[in-house]
Design a protein around this ligand. Structure first.
Ligand SMILES: O=C(O)CCC(=O)C(=O)O
Length: 302
């Protein structure tokens, strides 16, 4: 069964479906500046967690007033453009993602939480940085096509990860995605991604908005510590449940939809790495082929 479409531009939808991410210019510099300025006005409240984390989000503050106001502000700015590019979607929550300038701000390979039934739907972020990003200040990196490798449950607070067995090797196969002001990256939450440490001397500021196709319902998977049978609890969530979700705890008022056993066994490192190395070399050969064609064309020109 094919999953519902949300991009108005078919080419962008196809690239997103194929790779698990796509970049395009969505915002005007003035809109990006407003996102930047709101962060600066709330910087002090955001930075209450930086002793513990060099990569942090608005949500990490557990400050419901801040979380609500950042959510409303980012949505207000993004809504000025979203309908020009997307349709049949629902929004979840918006957040700032901050990378302090520190070697500890690197974000290793991971998949984001699973918010929907991914056999039928997908969920995604609109990610926009308020200044250009590259390798030096913490740009994003993706394992192309990895949202299609395996169906995975990503459950908090324990987060047993299917790709834990190859976590150190994955960055060798990443594709880096740099951005200019106004670019956004749309990323499928199931696509394996990470970001470089920010070593620029300045905080890297990005705003994200999580979205899902209209027909999907939002859920949260909870797997507590000391649960040898891997009994997962699936909760039906509202936006308020997410805003009030406290690190490591069950959602307080959400409805428990079902409880089920899940096999979290990790992928076998050898075959997995061989398969991603093959994919990467096919990608590089494709590029090499085009380069050879272009070089051959110019050789003919005297
Ligand atoms: O902002 C970053 O560096 C990481 C972003 C990310 O992991 C996400 O949006 O899911």
């Amino acid at each position: 069964m094919s999953k519902p479409k949300v991009f108005r531009d078919e080419k962008l939808q196809n690239e997103f479906d194929e790779n698990g991410f796509v970049k395009f210019r969505m915002f005007k510099p003035e809109q990006v500046k407003r996102l930047h300025d709101f962060y600066l006005q709330t910087q002090h409240q955001h930075e209450t967690v930086i002793d513990k984390r060099k990569f942090h989000a608005t949500n990490d503050t557990d400050n419901a007033t801040l979380i609500n106001s950042a959510d409303s502000f980012i949505k207000e700015v993004m809504f000025e453009e979203i309908d020009k590019h997307f349709y049949n979607y629902k929004t979840i929550a918006a957040n700032y993602l901050l990378k302090q300038s520190s070697p500890e701000s690197e974000l290793g390979p991971h998949q984001d939480l699973r918010f929907v039934d991914e056999e039928k739907f997908y969920s995604f972020n609109i990610w926009v940085a308020t200044e250009p990003t590259d390798k030096r200040n913490g740009c994003l990196r993706f394992l192309k096509g990895s949202h299609r490798f395996h169906d995975t449950i990503r459950a908090l607070p324990t987060y047993p990860w299917k790709y834990e067995s190859v976590i150190r090797e994955i960055p060798k196969y990443f594709t880096d995605v740099t951005t200019e002001v106004g670019d956004c990256i749309i990323l499928n939450h199931a696509c394996i991604h990470g970001s470089y440490p920010n070593l620029s001397g300045q905080t890297r500021i990005a705003a994200i908005l999580a979205m899902i196709p209209e027909g999907a319902s939002i859920c949260h998977y909870f797997l507590p510590d000391g649960n040898p049978q891997n009994k997962v609890e699936k909760y039906a969530m509202t936006l308020n449940d997410f805003i009030n979700l406290k690190g490591g705890q069950r959602p307080e008022h959400a409805v428990l939809e079902e409880t089920f056993m899940y096999d979290f066994s990790p992928v076998e490192a050898g075959p997995f790495l061989k398969s991603i190395a093959n994919k990467k070399s096919q990608e590089n050969n494709g590029y090499q082929f085009i380069r050879n064609q272009i070089t051959a064309l110019f050789k003919g020109v005297r």
